[in-house]
Ligand binder design. Structure first.
Ligand SMILES: [Fe+2]
Ligand SMILES: [Fe+2]
Length: 379
């Protein structure tokens, strides 16, 4: 039986649990997360090394009975040894405390002892663990934040690829480009790393609702009729709802909020709410400019991309109208700086689609000396 590796978390997190374990004289405290992207953390006493088999944990987390532990605190006295839930040999007492994140049951803390315990002692440890979860429960998610983000990024990349590679190559390409530009602009305004990662995700997801838009409208060459345009505008609501469902870990609902604002304009003439200036989040304003930027820089089947000088002129023209004036200035600086490397698709290492000339190329974006290059499968 292969022993499960005890995952490493920030020291203080583990230390606090170990303190609680010692204080109450129990043999094991384990934290089970039902979200696959999160690790299982086991704190156990040195004289009781735990060797869960991976299979045990897997079966345990999959069994519907586990759901019982996701909603209510439960204790078991004189636990029958043969039960499938017994994780420690000769266990006499077990406790399950649900972990709830954003009203969403996400796992449970399991405590076990080889000695019997009275109700008073049980209450004491429940109180300490609940206090701990209150203080660290959310932090727990953020400890694993980069893991969640990385996995989510891959999931989203696959998702949008599945959704758009057949329906609209242009949209698929556009999504990556907007994410890239948003992140670049975000860097200049000095957003921290976590926010940048979320902004990148918002870029990937901003048009995801287009999957519900009629393909004939989505892929129409040239201008949309007024009616078609009204239909197209609905993608913002669709995107918002999809992102809200996807981003259950996003406690402030930031990503969904930024996404719903990507067609708002600085002067209040955008949609869906007609928000203006500071009513729009900085990230919403960044997405707006990134979105327009890519629309101008990308080739369409019916027109060539705008030359860079024309793009710059257009951004200056829309400064204070569509765009936050400060962001517009910073973007113009960025474009002048990037002039050299334009034509390369920069971004993260991701499966990507590139439309160049007549051809559609699938490949990956790979980091190369400070920027990313697109490496086509067909080269
Ligand atoms: Fe959009
Ligand atoms: Fe867009």
């Amino acid at each position: 039986m292969e022993a499960i590796q005890v995952a490493s978390v920030k020291d203080n997190f583990v230390k606090t649990l170990e303190k609680i374990r010692k204080k109450h004289g129990v043999d094991i405290i384990a934290l089970f997360a039902i979200r696959q992207s999160l690790a299982i953390h086991v704190i156990n006493s040195a004289d009781n090394p735990v060797s869960f088999s991976a299979g045990t944990i897997f079966n345990l987390t999959l069994t519907p009975l586990v759901e019982e532990f996701l909603f209510n605190v439960k204790t078991f006295e004189n636990h029958p040894q043969k039960t499938r839930f017994a994780l420690v040999e000769n266990v006499q007492w077990e406790l399950y405390i649900p972990v709830v994140f954003k009203e969403f049951p996400t796992g449970f803390v399991y405590v076990a002892s080889k000695k019997k315990r009275d109700a008073e002692k049980t209450e004491g440890i429940i109180r300490d663990l609940q206090d701990f979860l209150k203080a660290h429960g959310l932090e727990y998610y953020f400890l694993e934040y980069s893991v969640v983000l990385d996995q989510l990024l891959t999931t989203v990349a696959i998702l949008i690829d599945r959704l758009f590679s057949r329906v609209s190559r242009y949209t698929l390409n556009h999504i990556y480009n907007v994410a890239f530009w948003a992140e670049e602009i975000g860097k200049i305004v000095g957003l921290d790393e976590k926010r940048l990662a979320k902004l990148y995700l918002a870029g990937l997801l901003h048009d995801i609702g287009k999957v519900y838009i009629d393909e004939r409208i989505l892929n129409k060459e040239g201008r949309l009729t007024l009616q078609e345009y009204q239909e197209m505008k609905k993608h913002v609501d669709y995107s918002y709802n999809m992102v809200k469902d996807l981003m259950i870990w996003d406690i402030e609902d930031d990503v969904a909020l930024w996404v719903v604002q990507h067609h708002e304009k600085f002067d209040g003439s955008g949609y869906p709410f007609g928000l203006k200036e500071e009513e729009i989040t900085p990230e919403g304003r960044i997405l707006k400019i990134a979105d327009t930027l890519d629309a101008m820089l990308s080739p369409r089947s019916y027109r060539n991309p705008f030359p860079l000088d024309d793009v710059i002129k257009e951004i200056e023209r829309l400064r204070g109208k569509d765009f936050d004036p400060l962001l517009a200035d910073l973007t113009v600086d960025l474009l002048r700086e990037k002039k050299e490397s334009l034509g390369l698709f920069e971004g993260r290492i991701l499966p990507a689609t590139l439309i160049a000339g007549e051809g559609i190329h699938e490949g990956i974006l790979r980091k190369n000396d400070g920027y990313h290059v697109f490496i086509s499968d067909y080269v």
